[in-house]
Design a protein around this ligand. Structure first.
Ligand code: DGY
Length: 324
């Protein structure tokens, strides 16, 4: 008998087709009513879940008695209660590597976009304000040759650092739990404490996973260490930054600007950030290119398929539960 897969966010028809080859597939359908109700009704039958953007832990999974694996179409896995997964022996997989370069591109888009005021000036031009050469009140800040501070020099952080160093001649600083000697040699990256990095950087780029240790890593105190001319870039997770403190820092001029892809509560709605010209706000699109999202979907599919067919999946987040 085929095992059952339940999708908890939209998957493409091609993905569903691939899955149907080996499994019975349940796809909650918005045309059939409430998606949550459909998901909860199907959950007791599911051996595997695939998707992104849903919190899953004890409360949500109590009725999922057959569940063997959750395949997340994301690299981050802060939505999942890993202790509970381990207690239940549920495997969790993610999609590392395939999104590294696209996410680094987006990080750099936020760096350039906020420094050169790209969205703000686009709106200004389209509003018909361009009557003569722009005056200094609309000038931006240089990116090339400046100091780039990476908080969390993992794969994505390193890919941003490479862009900064090799493409823009930037000096690269980094902070994190461990020294990265190979990257220090490759990019001339210099290790700093968080406070030192905040004080020296023109662009502070957050690329750490969300955990108890990184929740509100950047708050009012940390923002005050930054230069008034500096920019904060967050492509990590919203709760890494105390958003109220950031808004206050942007309003008061404690820092020059922010480029944000992630927020404490998503989707971001009716936020003071919307009214701040020095906040560049994107809707969590770090990996959202057609090519990368397809690669992530395929990687997640491969992981799910392997786990349900009894082969060790490539991207197992909690190997301790794997009995194969
Ligand atoms: C990821 O893959 O973690 C992206 O942020 C999408 O959630």
């Amino acid at each position: 008998m085929k095992k059952t897969v339940l999708a908890f966010s939209r998957i493409t028809p091609a993905m569903a087709e691939r899955l149907r080859h080996d499994f019975d597939v349940i796809l909650p359908d918005p045309k059939q009513g409430d998606l949550n109700a459909q998901f909860n009704e199907a959950l007791p039958h599911a051996h595997g879940l695939i998707g992104v953007g849903r919190k899953l832990g004890r409360t949500q999974l109590e009725g999922a008695g057959k569940l063997e694996v959750v395949s997340s179409v994301s690299v981050g896995y802060d939505n999942y209660d890993l202790d509970y997964f381990n207690e239940r022996g549920i495997a969790l997989t993610n999609t590392p590597d395939v999104l590294t370069e696209s996410t680094a591109d987006l990080g750099f888009a936020l760096i350039i976009g906020s420094a050169r005021r790209v969205a703000e000036l686009d709106a200004w031009t389209k509003a018909g304000h361009w009557q003569a050469s722009v005056t200094p009140n609309l000038f931006g800040s240089d990116v090339h040759g400046k100091t780039l501070g990476i908080v969390g020099l993992g794969n994505i952080g390193a890919a941003i650092a490479r862009r900064g160093r090799l493409g823009f001649g930037m000096r690269v600083l980094y902070t994190g739990n461990s020294r990265k000697t190979a990257l220090e040699q490759e990019l001339g990256a210099e290790y700093r404490s968080l406070e030192q990095l905040l004080g020296e950087s023109d662009f502070v780029c957050l690329v750490v996973p969300l955990s108890d240790a990184t929740r509100h890593l950047i708050g009012a105190r940390e923002l005050k260490f930054m230069k008034p001319s500096a920019f904060l870039i967050n492509i990590a997770r919203g709760p890494v930054v105390d958003e109220a403190a950031l808004i206050e820092a942007l309003q008061s001029g404690t820092i020059r600007g922010a480029g944000l892809d992630v927020y404490e509560k998503e989707p971001l709605a009716d936020s003071p950030l919307f009214r701040l010209p020095n906040a560049l706000t994107l809707p969590h699109v770090g990996s959202a290119t057609a090519e990368t999202r397809e690669a992530m979907a395929n990687r997640a599919l491969d992981n799910l398929r392997a786990a349900l067919l009894g082969e060790r999946p490539r991207d197992l987040v909690n190997p301790q539960v794997w009995k194969g």
